[in-house]
Design a protein around this ligand. Structure first.
Ligand code: PLP
Length: 639
């Protein structure tokens, strides 16, 4: 960053790459605030995230909070459907498209309800991977032209439920994932006297790159290999049920960054589809699974956090591959189905969180070197004096050596705490000087290259990585993170983020950078009288479901936001996050019993005279209020 240049919104755009990953949904407005842009009916208007955050605080709603933007979900569903239909029109494909949303990607009730609502005009259905998900799907799906695709291991109860879904007029498809499932399906369909719709999940030999490589290939956990497919076809034929076999499904893995893998997968599946047709199954449906990736880092590359293709390219390529093989074999074009989850819901949610405190490296305040500490600092002061561009590496070595020496002397009682504090302070300020000089070097030795990270601040932020961003912790996935306001001001600090769990893994130190992953985020210095709010974007897929209760930080508050007719924002579906009592009960505590135990302790203390009766009342009421409170850091709010 050229520190001399004046700062503009264009610089903020470039620094945070919001136009690259924001996909038109998130931009920076003229006031330096992140704006949520809507499409279609409300395309002229946008909502400032900071105005929403302020509105939430005024209403007494606390950070961290997850915002869901229904208009974005509506747009995503429309987009994938329109893109497939357009690709089919352009290529003269004769089949149609039916999407199904995999519930596991975000199974919150509101999400499923909205997907069924927005998806109705396209007959967008649902995909389930368990009995529980099917139970939810059967309740919310009421479109007789949409499909409910049942994947996952199936016992008798799961199969019965799917068959009963058919009786209710819902097109429920039972996908055979394990050879043994075919027999149970045939037996239960006979027992209930229902003609099932059957699918087969194949194991593709295509292995896609990215985080989820193991979902494809011969050793993938799910699906049937070629021999098992043939055996299943023979079995169904023998049982007089081959007529029920209508669908072929495969899934190469989630977040597939490279379009070549998608093309290869579609080719292989189309060959199997044709094979099943040639075996005499009626077929008609080819389900290409999930995998359509999201460009989290905005690089449009085939890195694991990105994708090297657009939605349009994805649709056209799949359609063309399937069409070419079907045409060659004289087979009718199937209805194409896809199970995109991430690409539908990732943009939908934004996590907002407030910064609670900061640990600055080097500390900002000057330390006066008093006579009682000076003798201890002599070597460090000598390093400071001899600093020059030519001896930076040597100075760092000396600096580390002398600091260690002072620490050892402290251990042996030869240096006192005040002297050690002065030495630490001097160490950091010399390191900071070195890092300024390193910037001017033409060649930066490796040992000097990570100084910026060592010197970056730690911003303590009110959330839990484990609860709200589990993929960031577990698989190093990147999410776009940036302040949602003050973007018309140059961010002068470099920082990593620390969450409020007591875990050294509860941090974020990998961020989307201008050219590559950066080890720090550019942030503004905190101001005394205003909250500093950071947004984590594109968190609608998988994060809500996979989160855990590390340190008993529970679900965050969730609020849906839509744009009202007058352009103002409208909050609805306000869901309170977990209270302390909620999370304690998840791990088998009984909040009532906890209160009772405290009462007993307090009463004993009163009878022993260590507290008064009034103090007992105050202790108990504070304890009860604590149980009812939010699990995150609560800032006092004025009335
Ligand atoms: N379908 C199946 C069978 C899956 O296992 C998954 C997730 O891995 C999906 C669909 C959703 O994938 P994505 O979120 O990449 O669209």
């Amino acid at each position: 960053m050229d520190e001399q240049k004046t700062w503009s919104i264009a610089d903020a755009n470039e620094l945070y790459r919001i136009n690259e990953w924001g996909n038109g949904y998130f931009t920076i407005d003229d006031n330096g605030e992140v704006k949520v842009s809507l499409k279609g009916k409300y395309s002229q208007s946008g909502m400032s995230l900071m105005e929403i955050a302020t509105g939430l605080t005024e209403r007494g709603l606390k950070m961290p909070v997850l915002l869901r933007f229904s208009n974005i979900l509506d747009d995503r569903i429309q987009f994938i459907n329109e893109q497939f239909l357009e690709a089919m029109k352009e290529t003269n494909y004769k089949g149609s498209y039916r999407g199904v949303y995999p519930i596991k990607v975000n199974q919150q009730q509101q999400v499923i309800e909205e997907i069924c609502h927005f998806g109705k005009q396209y007959h967008h259905g649902l995909e389930t991977g368990s009995k529980a998900e099917l139970i939810a799907a059967l309740a919310y799906m009421d479109d007789p032209e949409a499909y409910v695709v049942c994947n996952g291991y199936k016992d008798e109860e799961y199969i019965d439920l799917a068959l009963k879904g058919l009786m209710l007029g819902i097109q429920t498809i039972l996908v055979i994932e394990m050879p043994s499932e075919a027999e149970i399906i045939v037996e239960r369909a006979r027992a209930l006297d229902i003609t099932p719709i059957i699918g087969i999940r194949m194991k593709p030999s295509t292995v896609a790159s990215g985080h989820w490589t193991d979902s494809g290939g011969e050793r993938s956990a799910f699906g049937l290999n070629t021999t098992q497919i043939i055996n299943t076809v023979d079995y169904l034929r023998g049982e007089g049920m081959l007529d029920s076999l209508q669908l072929l499904h495969y899934h190469l893995g989630s977040q597939i960054p490279n379009i070549q893998d998608i093309r290869l997968g579609a080719q292989e599946a189309a060959r199997f589809y044709v094979g099943l047709k040639q075996e005499g199954a009626p077929m008609g449906l080819l389900d290409i699974g999930g995998g359509l990736a999201v460009d989290y880092d905005g690089s449009r590359s085939n890195s694991a956090n990105s994708r090297n293709y657009s939605m349009k390219e994805y649709c056209v390529d799949v359609v063309e591959e399937v069409m070419a093989i079907c045409d060659r074999e004289g087979v009718e074009h199937p209805t194409l189905m896809s199970e995109s989850g991430r690409a539908l819901v990732a943009y939908y949610s934004v996590l907002l969180t407030n910064v609670l405190d900061v640990n600055q490296f080097p500390p900002e305040e000057e330390h006066e070197i008093t006579d009682d500490v000076r003798p201890v600092l002599e070597n460090l002061l000598w390093v400071k004096k001899s600093l020059s561009e030519k001896n930076l590496q040597e100075c760092i070595n000396d600096l580390n050596y002398y600091r260690e020496e002072i620490r050892m002397k402290f251990l042996y009682g030869q240096v006192n705490m005040r002297q050690r504090a002065a030495a630490e302070h001097l160490y950091w300020s010399i390191l900071s000087e070195i890092s300024q000089m390193v910037k001017d070097l033409e060649y930066i030795p490796t040992e000097l290259s990570n100084l910026s990270q060592q010197l970056s601040d730690i911003y303590y932020t009110n959330f839990s990585v484990f609860q709200s961003l589990p993929d960031m912790w577990a698989i190093d996935q990147l999410f776009p993170i940036m302040p949602i306001h003050r973007l018309n001001e140059r961010p002068t600090r470099r920082a990593t983020l620390s969450d409020i769990t007591c875990d050294c893994e509860g941090k974020i130190d990998r961020f989307i950078g201008r050219d590559e992953v950066e080890e720090y985020l550019h942030l503004h210095a905190l101001e005394d009288d205003t909250d500093y709010i950071i947004g984590v974007f594109l968190v609608g897929a998988y994060q809500e479901t996979l989160g855990d209760l590390h340190n008993l930080f529970g679900d965050t508050n969730v609020i849906s936001v839509t744009c009202a007719e007058n352009g103002n924002f409208l909050l609805h579906n306000e869901l309170d996050g977990d209270t302390v009592a909620d999370v304690l009960s998840y791990v088998e505590y009984d909040p009532k019993q906890l209160e009772a135990l405290i009462r007993i302790k307090a009463e004993k203390a009163v009878s022993e005279g260590t507290i008064t009766a009034v103090q007992r009342r105050k202790i108990i009421s504070a304890y009860s209020a604590g149980l009812r409170g939010y699990t995150y850091y609560e800032t006092d709010q004025e009335d």
